[in-house]
Design a binder for this molecule. Structure first.
Ligand code: EPU
Length: 426
């Protein structure tokens, strides 16, 4: 186990290049299951979750290579296996995204029920209801979700109660091979959904409405493998944008689509930063203490829940007070307790938190159990007085390609070191 040691006080300046989005790449890898043959994914992030997904695909009978290089080749057999075990699903909840494609491709799928994780209880009811509407039977047997559609899936209209990213993806990936027309209403609109629609369309799927809240899918008989470039990671891009603002820095983020994080960049402008679009990305320059900015998390195009911890960190040293409202994941405020260890002034009430900016945070040991909270704590460490150690770095590694290396290249003092052995028996 490693931890990060961050010594605060350095101004960040320079350029970083972002790779493809984790939350797209994992689903694109699952989408590869829909076609026999070799799918190649470019700009896949070199992160732990992509390695876990590669291992899952191997267990399903695929040959996978390149997962640590950024270009992943997935060779899918004519008849993939259709069982995803608990050991992998437990280590990466996103494994659930093989449900739709395997059901469509094999007529049957067994996926271990993932359970909750560090950011909260995360339901699957909409995934299941959507697949049932498409004609599948779904049962939970001894912790395993078993979906069957031996006679194939049939197009239908599915209403989602909430624009769930995962449910939209599973229903979409099942519907592309269903007989007839499927309409997904109140679908998620995230750039990663648009990316999956783009790849499925290249594979031969017929999809209209990508990026809107109504997806219309005309089922086809079969799909072909393709070569596809993953959409850039807007959450990672935002991490560096906020790092620039907090450290009164000047950072250019390359291979980023600023329009995918428009609200977050607008918030940084409100906080006092100068944000400009440059070729292939954007630049954030800050020359004053940030002003506190309210954030309310919502499905895209609202403010992303994954960016909330970065703004909590920024608000903790901002001028004034801000209200943060977390509408998606109830446990995402747990990390605020760690910010308190660094001297932040925060009060929470249900899904609201009031953050009163303090002049200076004070470095301390902190712990993360989640990717984005971990990145938020690193941001806080960058401006805290003295050393902050962030334990639980393996969580951060699930979503970032060498976060410390990229921050070092901008001038940050951050190092990876082994976690010391605990001296406590408890
Ligand atoms: N929900 C249900 N029932 C369902 C599906 C979702 O109640 O059937 C609830 C969830 O419990 C949650 C809300 O709906 O409260 C949103 O869940 P959603 O399905 O949209 O999220 P997800 O697909 O599980 C993805 C990302 C998350 C990101 C969310 C929201 C991946 C692998 N994960 O999760 O990213 O926070 O969308 O944008 O794509 C991360 O990258 O660190 C991360 C957690």
């Amino acid at each position: 186990m490693d931890r990060f040691r961050v010594t605060g006080g350095q101004r960040l300046a320079g350029e970083v290049r972002i790779t493809g989005a984790k939350n797209s790449a994992l689903k694109l890898m699952a989408a590869a299951l829909l076609a026999e043959g070799t799918t190649v994914l470019e700009e896949a992030p070199r992160i732990l979750d992509v390695e876990i997904m590669s291992e899952l695909l191997r267990r399903l009978g695929c040959e996978v290579e390149g997962e640590t290089t950024g270009t992943v080749r997935i060779d899918v057999p004519a008849a993939p296996r259709f069982e995803a075990d608990y050991d992998l699903v437990r280590s990466m909840r996103a494994s659930i995204c093989v449900l739709g494609p395997l059901l469509a491709r094999c007529g049957e799928v067994h996926v271990a029920y993932p359970g909750g994780d560090a950011i909260g209880s995360r339901g699957l009811d909409m995934h299941i209801e959507g697949l049932v509407k498409l004609g599948a039977t779904v049962e939970n047997s001894h912790g395993v979700l078993i979906a069957k559609a031996p006679k194939g899936l049939k197009g239908t209209t599915v209403w989602l109660d909430f624009p769930s990213v995962g449910a939209t993806e599973n229903i979409l990936m099942a519907a592309v091979l269903a007989e007839g027309r499927t309409v997904i209403d109140n679908a998620a609109r995230e750039p990663e959904i648009v990316d999956i629609c783009a790849m499925l369309t290249e594979m031969g799927a017929r999809i209209e409405g990508a990026g809107s809240s109504t997806l219309e899918i005309e089922g086809v008989d079969g799909l072909k493998p393709v070569r596809h470039r993953t959409v850039p990671d807007r959450i990672v891009a935002c991490t560096f944008a906020v790092a620039a603002a907090m450290t009164l820095g000047d950072v250019t983020v390359r291979n980023a689509h600023p329009e995918h994080l428009e609200i977050a960049l607008d918030k940084l402008t409100l906080a006092g930063a100068e944000v400009s679009h440059v070729r292939d990305g954007f630049r954030v320059v800050m020359d004053r203490r940030p002003k506190a900015v309210d954030v309310v998390t919502l499905p895209y195009p609202g403010f992303a829940t994954d960016m909330q911890p970065f703004f909590a960190a920024m608000n903790s040293i901002a001028e004034g007070s801000a209200m943060i409202t977390e509408n998606l994941f109830e446990a995402r405020f747990v990390f605020l307790q760690e910010l308190l260890r660094l001297g932040a002034s925060i009060r929470t009430d249900g899904h609201h938190a009031i953050v009163r900016g303090v002049e200076q945070l004070s470095g301390a040991p902190v712990l993360t159990a989640d990717i984005r909270a971990g990145a938020g704590l690193v941001l806080a460490g960058l401006v805290a007085d003295g050393d902050t150690t962030v334990s639980g770095v393996h969580h951060i590694d699930r979503g970032y390609t060498g976060l410390e290396v990229q921050l070092q290249s901008l001038g940050a003092k951050i190092f990876r070191e082994p976690e010391p052995e605990s001296t406590s028996r408890f």
